[in-house]
Design a protein around this ligand. Structure first.
Ligand code: SF4
Length: 329
């Protein structure tokens, strides 16, 4: 029994099946790394742009997909999959590049969903139209209409966005969310807790700002310090202190009740590659954190949306049906 609306439950509610996300690296770039906006990137971004780096090493999408697809289907042949274009800013560059990537991804065996990670300033009408058409094609092919745009919003505060070198404003991010939602896309906004210069109040203001936008999902991250980044330099110089584990649990206990219960929670913690994590140590251990969060939410009588659209009791859709191994196609 969860106290928030997980992505796994969303899939079971919509399709009756288990869907596994496979993170892919399409070899994208980013205007904040290639010199268009800056060459240094966001202060927490490492050389792989928050992804595997496999695309940059020449491993094409089909090979990356096959590796994970074969691993998961070996034990569960009925499992369905969603492609997640995670690294860098996947809508950056010409629309023809995005069109070619979408074509490849929609042809991957067993692919029934797509999530595209990007920056809010890398969207335009032509690219949003391509994504909307991909959603229609996916539905025609598989019965799943599941195309998510994962937008890095990070903070509602322009002073913080400047401090972390995002090179876009909160107004730009809000505009990107609205444009994508207007095209019928499912939009997941990413926010970070523990950003330099921010406290819990700042983060909760960002949560309130984001949940006023037409989002379908939200992803909350604790800031971790990757090796070799500007944030690492600040951390080693004693200028940045990551959140303590208990602080982050308390922040999530304050944030989740304000998030409407209809919003899907894609994730509640960072997923640092072990070789890249400089601090905090606790960020490497993900499952125990979620166990402690659930325990804290229960003990405090809280659930997602209890201070928003679900004040009386936990919504029944948080539990969902068990997987049926059927679903579309
Ligand atoms: S927008 Fe993303 S890929 Fe670009 S520098 Fe920032 S974190 Fe890295």
């Amino acid at each position: 029994m969860t106290h928030w609306y997980t992505l796994a439950t969303w899939f079971r509610n919509r399709y009756g099946v288990r869907v596994q996300k496979i993170a892919l690296d399409a070899g994208a770039s980013c205007p904040n790394r290639d010199g268009s906006l800056s060459r240094t990137g966001c202060i927490f971004c490492d050389a792989h742009g928050s992804g595997s780096g496999l695309g940059g090493q020449g491993l094409h999408l089909a090979a990356q997909w096959q590796r994970w697809h074969d691993k998961y289907t070996a034990t569960d042949p009925d499992r369905r999959f969603m492609a997640y274009l995670q690294s860098f800013s996947n809508t950056y560059g010409p629309a023809s590049r995005l069109a070619a990537i979408l074509d490849t991804v929609l042809g991957l065996p067993g692919c029934c969903g797509l999530a595209v990670g990007t920056r809010p300033d890398c969207l335009d009408a032509e690219k949003l139209e391509l994504l909307a058409r991909a959603a229609a094609r996916l539905e025609a092919q598989t019965g799943f209409r599941e195309v998510w745009l994962e937008l890095g919003l990070q903070s509602a505060h322009d002073a913080t966005l400047a401090r972390i070198n995002r090179r876009h404003t909160a107004a730009c991010a809000a505009d990107g969310v609205r444009q994508a939602a207007d095209q019928g896309l499912l939009v997941c906004g990413h926010l970070m807790a523990g950003l330099p210069g921010e406290d819990e109040t700042d983060f909760l203001q960002s949560v309130d700002w984001a949940t006023d936008l037409p989002l379908s999902g939200i992803k909350l991250h604790n800031v971790f310090v990757p090796q070799g980044t500007e944030l690492a330099r600040q951390y080693l110089a004693g200028q940045y202190h990551p959140l303590a584990r208990d602080e982050y649990v308390d922040i999530l206990c304050a944030a989740l009740p304000r998030i409407p219960a209809r919003l899907v929670i894609h994730r509640l913690q960072s997923d640092p590659p072990p070789q890249s994590l400089l601090a905090p140590d606790w960020a490497a251990l993900k499952r125990p954190l979620m166990t402690d969060l659930l325990r804290a939410m229960r003990a405090r009588g809280l659930w997602q949306g209890c201070q928003a659209d679900a004040p009386l009791h936990r919504p029944p859709w948080f539990d969902g049906p068990q997987p049926t191994r059927q679903g579309p196609v």
